[in-house]
Design a protein around this ligand. Structure first.
Ligand code: GLC
Ligand code: CA
Length: 566
């Protein structure tokens, strides 16, 4: 696996990234909403953690229907987050600490409040009408029966017109931009270059595999009681997408040496070269292989991933990439439940397993990202009523569950397991009121466990999850081993042992051999080492050395990173 060729080295190959959801990170002016000054306040902490890149979820001007993923002005900062001056200060302060800032580029759609869309509504057949996708309906209905990703039709009627609709694959307040129109593309390229001029490190590219649509507007067989069809193959990774992305890269990212990480769904083996290959459109893409749709779940109702499936998916993703580019490995983001609840059975959640989880993700080939709060082991959050949630997608899913005959309790249980708000509760800085996030009631209530799980409690404690994350990142970045972790080949080991996630990393030039192994099972396992042990590099069980040079015993939920003799 992964032995293709030697890559040309780039600064970003060593990325250990930290994702910030600004609205929930730190409030500094007492309005209950996190802000840019709050991010600046904690830069030292992020530096100490060892991150060299920050991805900032959207802070652009927005009516906040989808928390900033609906942008009304790409060149302005939303007043709830601060000002353009704050943004410039953040970029400069981060730079002083060797940290580059990525912003979230949301260009599949704009907000319906964007000046372009407002002009388009006034004159759908004029210049700005061509920036969006307007189509006539059929027989008194929408142009076709595509379902939007957040529920309901993907088409909304244009006020004042009989038959005219516009396309929105997310909410109706997020009209899709028309990437077939060269004028629209030029506007976006200009905007990207302006931001790069301000000193950004690059972008995370939102919903980027959706830019190209297949405009065969026929109805599809309904796949639900609502008569709609989740027509993903008509608006995701559609033929011709690569041409659009390649042009964008040539015009913007390549000349500015931007780090770009795509939110790219379903990248197949045949897409790898175009997307993240040597001359691909992006530096990297988030590896979504372990997200809910791809990994089977146990039938007993929880959404915890089945271990062997999870492991196999991660290896399969590496195989698809086959050393042709770098995936971005991650366990959490602002759209997913917390990893502890996602990947560990409730009875397995403890200090050991929380520390085991990142190891089998962090040391795979690729760049890595962690999400705010992951480094202290933040968890999903119970709510008693749907009104306590904020996220539009959660509200939609709740209604779907109720309409399908679920009780309120059952529907809330689904929200607990899946809601995007699990990741969006305020950052838990301390045991102070609202977890130290804000002196004011936060926009989304803090998880009540902030008294036990918080940064200040963990900062001074050597065996805390936070201290462990620091150790983990330090090891990954250590001059002795970084070359192997970043550029080395990967070879799965112990695949026949049902509960073990194991692989070897092998340095190309330095001939180093490093074993990464974790026992996700309930019983201890004893395994022959694929070589002779030289040094134990990391242990979640506080071990200092291995008992044997040719065997390794891993207790339940134990992990180890071992240097073997070359
Ligand atoms: C991406 C974002 C998500 C957002 C959606 C629409 O999936 O991660 O938060 O709702 O795009 O922009
Ligand atoms: Ca604020």
């Amino acid at each position: 696996m992964n032995r293709r060729r030697v890559m040309e080295k780039k600064w970003w190959h060593k990325t250990v990234g930290y994702q910030i959801y600004p609205k929930s990170f730190q409030d500094t002016n007492g309005d209950g909403i996190g802000d840019l000054k709050g991010v600046i306040r904690h830069l030292d902490k992020i530096e100490k953690l060892g991150a060299n890149v920050i991805w900032l979820c959207p802070v652009f001007a927005s009516p906040m229907v989808d928390n900033g993923y609906d942008i009304s002005d790409y060149m302005d900062i939303d007043p709830s987050f601060g000002t353009m001056e704050d943004m410039k200060e953040l970029i400069a302060e981060a730079k002083k600490r060797g940290i580059r800032i990525l912003m979230d580029l949301v260009v599949n759609h704009s907000s319906d409040r964007h000046a372009w869309f407002q002009a388009a509504l006034k004159d759908p057949f004029g210049k700005y009408g061509k920036y969006y996708v307007f189509r006539e309906g059929k027989d008194g209905k929408e142009p076709n029966n595509w379902r939007s990703i957040f529920g309901g039709s993907a088409w909304e009627k244009v006020p004042g017109y009989d038959k005219l609709y516009y396309l929105h694959i997310f909410t109706k307040e997020q009209p899709d931009l028309n990437w077939e129109n060269p004028k629209l593309r030029e506007e976006i390229y200009e905007m990207i270059l302006k931001w790069m001029d301000l000193g950004l490190g690059g972008f995370r590219l939102d919903a980027i595999s959706h830019l190209k649509k297949n405009y065969q507007y026929t109805n599809l067989p309904p796949d639900g009681p609502d008569e709609y069809n989740m027509a993903f193959e008509y608006f995701n990774n559609v033929d011709g997408l690569a041409d659009i992305l390649c042009e964008m890269k040539e015009r913007t990212f390549a000349p500015t040496d931007a780090l770009t990480i795509g939110e790219y769904d379903h990248m197949g083996p045949e897409d790898v070269e175009d997307v993240i290959g040597e001359n691909g459109s992006f530096s990297s893409v988030f590896d979504f292989c372990h997200t809910l749709d791809n990994v089977r779940n146990p039938k007993w109702g929880n959404t915890v991933a089945l271990f062997d499936d999870y492991r196999d998916q991660l290896f399969a993703a590496q195989k698809i990439v086959d050393g042709r580019g770098m995936l971005c490995n991650f366990l959490e983001n602002h759209d997913k439940p917390r990893s502890i609840d996602r990947f560990l059975m409730p009875e397995d959640q403890n200090l050991y397993s929380e520390k085991m989880l990142p190891v089998t993700n962090f040391f795979l080939p690729g760049i890595v990202f962690l999400y705010q709060g992951q480094e202290i082991g933040m968890t999903n959050c119970h709510r008693n009523d749907i009104s306590e949630y904020d996220d539009i997608s959660t509200k939609d899913q709740y209604q779907v569950a109720i309409d399908a005959g679920c009780t309120k309790e059952e529907a809330l249980a689904c929200c607990y397991e899946n809601s995007r708000d699990n990741a969006r509760t305020p950052m838990q800085w301390s045991a102070d009121e609202n977890g130290g996030f804000s002196a004011h009631a936060p926009w989304l209530a803090v998880n009540p466990n902030y008294k036990e799980i918080n940064v200040s409690e963990q900062e001074g404690r050597a065996d805390s999850v936070l201290s462990y994350y620091k150790e983990l990142i330090k090891l990954r970045k250590s001059p002795e081993y970084e070359e192997t972790f970043v550029y080395g080949n990967v070879e799965p080991v112990y695949e026949d042992t049902d509960t073990v996630f194991g692989f070897m990393r092998m340095g190309k030039e330095n001939r180093q051999k490093i074993l990464v192994a974790a026992n996700y099972g309930k019983e201890a396992v004893s395994l022959p080492l694929p070589g002779t042990a030289k040094k134990l590099l990391l242990s979640n069980a506080g071990r200092r050395k291995l008992a044997d040079a040719d065997h390794i015993t891993l207790e339940s939920l134990e992990t180890a990173v071992v240097l073997l003799k070359a």
